[in-house]
Design a protein around this ligand. Sequence first.
Ligand SMILES: Nc1ncnc2c1ncn2[C@@H]1O[C@H](COP(=O)(O)OP(=O)(O)OP(=O)(O)O)[C@@H](O)[C@H]1O
Ligand SMILES: [Mg+2]
Length: 437
Amino acid sequence: MGPVHARMGTLHTPSGALVYKHRALLHEHGSPATFPEMEPHLRYQRIAEISAVFTPGSPVNTLDLFAGRKDQILALLAVLGQRGQHAVLYGERGVGKTSFANILTDLFHDKSATPIAAVRVNCASDDTFASLWASIFRRLRVSVDEDRPLTPEHVVDLLEQQSRRPLIVIDELDRYENDDGLSLMADTIKALSDHAVPATLMLVGVADSINQLIGDHRSVERALVQIQMPRMSVAELELIVDKGLSKLRMTISRHSKTRIARLSEGLPFYTHLLSRSAAIHAAEDDRAAISERDLDRATQDAVDKAQQSILSDYEKAIRSAHTDNLYKEVLLACALTDKTAEGFFSPGNVRLPMARITGKNVTISAYSRHLNEFAGAHRAAVLVKDGSPRRYFYRFTNPILQPYVVLRGIADGLMTEDLLTELRHPGKDSIELPEQA
Ligand SMILES: Nc1ncnc2c1ncn2[C@@H]1O[C@H](COP(=O)(O)OP(=O)(O)OP(=O)(O)O)[C@@H](O)[C@H]1O
Ligand SMILES: [Mg+2]
């Protein structure tokens, strides 16, 4: 940070004037490499702006920052077009379910051009069927006759009377630990569907909670369109970077943008985390252009300043009294394997990345014990084990841990970013991405 120049006398004007000055400057010269030097409080304002645009901790709720998900939007619009059809949206933690729900409700909510009234509620662990619907009707601004209990019939009656068609998003279904409530919800969906009531429910949760809903109540299956929210593609993740930086009037090279997208491993949480941190490093230097070095520092931040729960799970998973143990390598190989859409992999899948990390050809027996241990409480149960003897499958219990293990592997020198690119895009690793500021 350099001294404030005399030419920045205008800094004493309100910040709005300075923003205006920036804009004029940007307009004249395109995207500059640096912002005019700033007074510290303006620099902090800029950092605050960055933190409002890249929000790893909270869902997106405006369309200008929302990237991709076209297939899912189309699938939901098709459901909305059909009476008697409802949707379940499921996907891993942190994959972008709530952001998607926010955007949908934002698209429709209170827009007089559309006859749809969209609301979103979150389930809480102590919610009952009645408390959940009471809060839905409150949000729909529908008054409920207090003397009549909120049963499925009552709910259906009330929804039938609405002039604007309700689109009701029930998020965090996995928190709704109420078996009776789940049965009543299934009954409600069935009744809405049978009576072709012009109202649409969208239930949102992780796959397990959806299985629980449908598994025990097969009769609702026909009324429910299942929309999977997969991890995001590299192109979608790059779009998150683009949208955020264009709002901030900052730039990044194509190469760095692709690095962010690849290191995110499909989880937009990491795209926000890395972009925010890299942008802040640039802003601290009054630069509008994010450099490769800013991104290197951001990846290190992601390792050093990860959520405490992630750090402690990782440490617990790899701890050992023996220096020649393989826990770190095996966990990293698990993070690098090809997985099913639900995140599952088999012990056989671990072989290739294991060979690439250790430089040796290993057999499954060299690490099957480690996999088994990772599923136990002693190693923080970082993996979930499923299947039967001789055909076991594993997945990361917390999907957010998986990209962390990769970032950590790179930071600790166990692997390179090139290996990640090669494993994710076999045959394409030789393509050189052009540098462009
Ligand atoms: N389409 C998107 N465009 C831009 N950012 C996104 C998008 N989807 C998700 N994000 C970002 O990714 C992170 C996780 O998103 P979100 O909270 O919506 O996920 P989730 O699936 O609801 O997570 P959880 O299972 O923990 O409730 C947030 O930082 C959010 O801002
Ligand atoms: Mg959510």
